[in-house]
Design a protein around this ligand. Structure first.
Ligand code: CU
Length: 212
């Protein structure tokens, strides 16, 4: 009699264990879904925050290149790392210059006949909403021929590519680079990249712990 009862109990126990295991698996799945959702949200937020503004031509701004240097904007463009969501800012005297976004053909021919977009307010910010090549020129007579034209290759947005946030926390590497700037191998961009990567990893781990 007693043995039979024990058998029954153990089989009941088995069922309980099995169902509780099932439950655990289920909640594990929900956890992963929740975590990946939060991670995606985090990436999206960081990506949106990360837009960088590039002043076209730097201190020279948007003019007829000085000294007939008609490669000026091409050279400037090569030194930039522009990504989707970043902004190009053209600063210029609106009495002397304007900004036309044009097709590649019109760029090559310096044609201002059919611009995609045109601006003439003296301070024009254009968001780089897609990856690939963008073409701009000044529509004033002979300015494009004189080198006031810009083609820029926009890269896909990346989390660690071009962080807008400067390296705020002064690490040992940044303080040593300021004491011997010439000998430093770590550029500002590298530091920004490292900072962004560290921040992302930190927040992800924190989020994971909170959810667990
Ligand atoms: Cu011009």
């Amino acid at each position: 009699m007693a043995r039979k009862e024990e058998k029954k109990r153990s089989s009941e126990r088995k069922i309980i264990v099995q169902t509780s295991m099932k439950k655990q698996q289920q909640s594990g799945g929900e956890l992963m879904v929740g975590f990946s959702f939060l991670a995606a949200l985090l990436l999206a937020t960081l990506g949106a925050v990360q837009a960088t503004e590039f002043v076209v031509g730097g201190a020279t701004q948007w003019i007829m290149p000085p000294n007939g240097d008609d490669d000026f904007y091409e050279n400037w463009s090569k030194q930039q790392n522009v990504r989707v969501n970043d902004t190009l800012r053209f600063k210029y005297n609106s009495q002397r210059h304007d900004v036309l976004e044009v097709s590649e053909d019109d760029y090559d021919r310096c044609s201002s006949a059919s611009p995609i977009q045109s601006f003439n307010n003296g301070d024009t910010s254009i968001a780089m909403t897609r990856p690939g090549s963008w073409y701009f020129l000044c529509g004033f007579p002979n300015h494009c021929q004189g080198g006031q034209k810009l083609s820029i290759d926009v890269q896909n947005a990346s989390l660690t590519g071009s962080a807008a946030t400067p390296p705020s926390s002064s690490s040992s590497s940044s303080s040593s680079s300021s004491s011997s700037a010439a000998g430093s191998n770590i550029s500002r961009k590298d530091l920004e990249t490292l900072t962004a990567a560290a921040a992302t990893a930190g927040i992800s781990i924190l989020l994971f712990i909170v959810i667990m």
